[in-house]
Write a protein that binds this ligand. Structure first.
Ligand code: ZN
Length: 84
């Protein structure tokens, strides 16, 4: 069964740090929460059209693990946005 990948919306000032992506995966979000900045430690894989169940696409930055597990339709938006 495909794994759900949770994504978090980036605050505007942080988008520049994410190569212009609008969302980041759970793991990059956790790292960002801990360190206050985005790093490439977890991997750095921009997806221009990460796709949710309803067909909505997101420009999202995934870690290596999420990039490997990604399947169309299995992206979901998390409730907590990134605090700028
Ligand atoms: Zn991830």
């Amino acid at each position: 069964m495909a794994q759900t990948i949770w994504i978090h919306k980036l605050a505007n000032p942080k988008k520049t740090d994410a190569d212009g992506m609008d969302y980041i995966c759970e793991h990059l979000f956790q790292a960002l929460t801990q360190t206050g900045k985005l790093t490439k430690v977890e991997g750095w894989n921009p997806f221009q059209d990460a796709t949710a169940k309803d067909g909505t696409t997101y420009r999202a930055l995934f870690c290596d693990s999420c990039a490997k597990n990604y399947n169309d339709g299995h992206v979901r938006m998390a409730k907590e946005p990134v605090l700028a």
